[in-house]
Design a protein around this ligand. Structure first.
Ligand SMILES: [Zn+2]
Ligand SMILES: [Zn+2]
Length: 255
């Protein structure tokens, strides 16, 4: 399977997995990038996966319906603009050439789900919507900090080689914040240099990997002493992971 990132709006990435014949797309907030990519490559749209209800993730669904030769999968516990196959934690299903497992990852929205897609002989892909970003995480709009941290911990426990396909290219701005939290983290400094070089060439920093995120992402590192110290210096009520996470998330909102 090949992975393609289709840019939409200011910084969304609509992910497309295809085998040269059939394509699966994730979170089509707009239809045109998807229909153009299908036409350019002569692909059939076999399924759509949706992570959560925000317009920049579902806005293209109705317009893509005539092109779709298969189901739309989406979260069981959110209102969707089209009929979906409702999914929640632990459900598994097959797509052309791939197997999919569903994770509940509430926090950004109340019913947000993520997809782990595996194909024979390839590292898994994680489609995590607006829950985990490279170097950061989504805002906690509908859930609680404790829920969001639990969701991020669940993603951090996936295999290190898992490719992290986030729905937004926010990496450089996230890493600027991460460097403020952990100025002594060398893996983070190296990663920021690599990402700056990629963006300077006009390339995406994504997908990242779970191993990279464990090493650089402060929201997955809320038990690291340097991260705890930064959070305590910035209003965390205690060194408890949920308090550290909540303080970092608040700080990032105004950074
Ligand atoms: Zn969102
Ligand atoms: Zn979004």
């Amino acid at each position: 399977m090949d992975l393609i990132a289709l840019p939409a709006f200011a910084d969304n990435l609509i992910w497309m997995l295809h085998d040269g014949h059939q394509a699966i797309v994730v979170d089509p907030g707009a239809a045109a990038p998807v229909s153009n990519a299908l036409a350019a490559r002569g692909l059939r749209l076999a399924a759509i996966l949706v992570t959560h209800h925000h317009a920049d993730h579902v806005g293209g669904l109705a317009e893509l319906a005539p092109l779709l030769d298969g189901p739309v999968y989406g979260p069981a516990h959110e209102a969707m603009p089209v009929a979906v196959q409702p999914l929640s934690e632990g459900m598994r299903f097959a797509l052309p050439g791939a197997q999919v497992e569903v994770l509940d990852v509430p926090g950004h929205t109340a019913g947000h789900i993520a997809y782990v897609v595996t194909a024979p002989g390839q590292a898994p892909w994680l489609f995590c919507g607006d829950t985990l970003f490279s170097g950061g995480c989504g805002r906690v709009f509908e859930g609680t900090p404790a829920q969001m941290l639990h969701s991020l911990d669940k993603l951090a426990a996936l295999a290190g080689a898992t490719r992290v396909c986030c729905a937004h290219e926010y990496t450089l701005s996230n890493l600027r914040f991460a460097r403020t939290i952990e100025p002594r983290n060398e893996a983070l400094a190296d990663y920021e240099l690599r990402c700056k070089a990629l963006r300077a060439e006009g390339a995406w920093t994504l997908p990242s990997t779970i191993a990279t995120e464990r090493a650089v992402n402060p929201f997955l590192r809320v038990r690291e002493p340097d991260v705890v110290a930064s959070a305590l210096a910035h209003g965390a009520a205690s060194s408890a992971p949920t308090e550290v996470f909540a303080a970092l998330r608040e700080w990032k909102n105004t950074f």
